[in-house]
Design a protein around this ligand. Structure first.
Ligand SMILES: [Cu+2]
Length: 125
């Protein structure tokens, strides 16, 4: 009798394990699919007290997923003149860049002694 109970428990544990495994796999597949589907990306990585690139470029007319990653410190960014504002609450946005030009990218959250110099450029070609 006890053996039978042990066997049942073992089967239940196996099923649970398999269920969790398949869940994880399908989640990962969904994530990969959405990443593959996503169009051009524009990623800003912020640290104390700079953005990871002095210049970023995008193509005019494209809809781009713009994202901000605060690798170090707390920063918020704005693409001046385009009304694009990202921070820890809104980490990404879909933006269509229509007008070619060079735009200033600035940190708009007082983040420390280097805040005023925390600038970059976005070139829409
Ligand atoms: Cu700042």
């Amino acid at each position: 009798m006890q053996k039978w109970i042990m066997f049942s428990l073992f089967i239940v544990a196996c099923l649970l394990g398999a269920g969790v495994l398949f869940d994880t796999i399908s989640e990962r597949q969904a994530q990969m699919a959405s990443e593959a589907k996503a169009g051009p990306q524009l990623k800003f990585v912020a640290s104390n007290f700079k953005f990871d690139q002095a210049e970023y470029t995008v193509k005019a007319g494209e809809t781009v997923t713009v994202s901000l990653n605060n690798k170090e410190g707390m920063h918020a960014m704005e693409i001046v003149g385009l009304g694009v504002h990202l921070d820890n609450n809104t980490k990404s946005a879909e933006v269509k860049f229509d007008k070619p030009g060079t735009y200033d990218v600035i940190c708009v959250l007082p983040c420390g002694p280097g805040h005023a110099e925390m600038k970059s450029k976005l070139i829409v070609q």
